[in-house]
Design a protein around this ligand. Structure first.
Ligand SMILES: Cc1cc2nc3c(=O)[nH]c(=O)nc-3n(C[C@H](O)[C@H](O)[C@H](O)COP(=O)(O)OP(=O)(O)OC[C@H]3O[C@@H](n4cnc5c(N)ncnc54)[C@H](O)[C@@H]3O)c2cc1C
Length: 335
């Protein structure tokens, strides 16, 4: 077992923070996990693709980078297929693979960075689809003693960018495999965002799953900064969900406020709009700022530290609260 010392994590996080880990290990098989790590190191962090985290400059513990690979068809009928995927597989490459095989359901989730293992943690979602719609179960081990677990979709307690893994099980487990049930019949979902517009521009009336995937990719590329060019972790905050009566009060003051109906008597408001209206869109302070095209994305203009990122996010939260009385909740984890 080769545990590296004093390893740079700059290439392992999409914010591009020049973080360092005291110890670093690439875990290729779940059997390589040793509960003794918890005694040997002050702290333990499980890393996937590093696209939803803000790392500290120095992590004084062991970083386990999950690189468990492999895709296995567990069962298949005429209607659908059940696939088990290693937690270290790249999400987007996996989505493209499913489309090549004629397995549908993930096309709207194209180009989301990161790994399969992290996808259930915040129940990734985009363009009207959430992972939970295709997920069957999640397998892994508990860190304290290495005991295996396998939990069903219902037990995962999925919500909007939420799951048991972010709550009761937070920091307690390592996900090794994710099982997904994908359909062999394609049902297009084009109602969300600009998908319809892109298809219309291309004069596609009867889109294939690959057309949807390509449309989503082009929208994302035009709207979101590429982390290779400008460090970021996608949406920094969740879209707030507020009671309808609170919303009505806001609507009187801001008739143009955008919203989407959500759970009973609640509406979802785009956090990007609140941030933009609070004056943060395109604003830069030091090495950090809120992106000029998408105010919801906090970006690193150079050598930003986790402290600078946290400080800016707090200022944005305060401004939005002062103006709208809404508390923005971070989607990104600051370690
Ligand atoms: C440009 C950009 C666009 C994005 N767009 C979207 C979007 O549209 N929708 C969306 O939902 N998200 C989006 N994200 C956020 C991010 O891509 C997802 O949250 C992704 O699932 C994170 O995967 P990761 O492997 O990089 O996780 P990491 O950032 O490495 O980890 C995230 C969390 O999961 C934990 N974790 C990771 N792997 C495991 C494992 N195997 N076992 C246990 N815990 C684990 C980590 O400890 C950490 O707490 C975007 C990010 C970027 C940079």
């Amino acid at each position: 077992m080769h545990i590296q010392k004093d390893t740079s994590l700059k290439e392992y996080n999409t914010f591009g923070i020049s973080a360092k880990a005291k110890a670093f290990f690439k875990l290729e098989k779940v059997e390589e996990y040793d509960p003794g790590f918890l005694q040997d190191y002050d702290d333990l962090f499980i890393l996937g693709g590093g696209s939803n985290i803000v790392l500290p400059d120095n992590f004084e513990g062991l970083v386990l980078k999950v690189e468990i690979l492999g895709k296995k068809v567990l069962s298949e009928t005429e209607e659908d297929v059940l696939i088990e995927v290693g937690a270290g597989e790249n999400w987007h490459q996996f989505v493209l693979w499913t489309l090549e095989q004629g397995y549908f359901g993930l096309e709207n989730l194209s180009l989301i960075p990161g790994t399969l293992g992290a996808a259930p943690i915040q129940n990734i979602g985009a363009y009207g689809v959430e992972l939970s719609e295709c997920l069957e179960s999640v397998k892994g081990i508990f860190l304290v003693d290495g005991t295996p677990f396998s939990i069903s979709k219902e037990e995962c307690q999925f919500g909007y960018r939420d799951s048991i893994f972010k709550n009761a099980w937070k920091g307690r487990m390592l996900i090794s495999h994710v099982c997904l049930r994908l359909s062999k019949t394609f049902v297009p979902k084009t109602n969300y965002g600009a998908i319809k517009d892109v298809l219309q521009t291309k004069e596609i009336d009867d889109p294939s799953a690959s057309d949807i995937s390509k449309a989503v990719i082009s929208i994302r590329q035009s709207k979101l900064p590429d982390p290779k060019e400008l460090g970021n972790a996608g949406s920094f905050f969740k879209n707030p969900i507020i009671p309808e009566e609170v919303f009505k009060g806001l609507q009187e003051k801001y008739p143009e406020i955008p919203y989407y109906p959500d759970k009973k008597d609640h509406v979802k408001i785009p956090a990007g709009w609140l941030i933009e209206r609070s004056g943060w869109k395109g604003k830069k302070t030091g090495q950090v700022g809120m992106h000029e095209k998408q105010a919801l994305v906090l970006v690193n203009y150079g050598e930003a530290t986790s402290k600078e990122i946290a400080a800016l996010s707090e200022k944005v939260q305060q401004s939005v609260f002062d103006q709208f009385g809404i508390t923005l909740v971070r989607e990104v984890t600051i370690l």
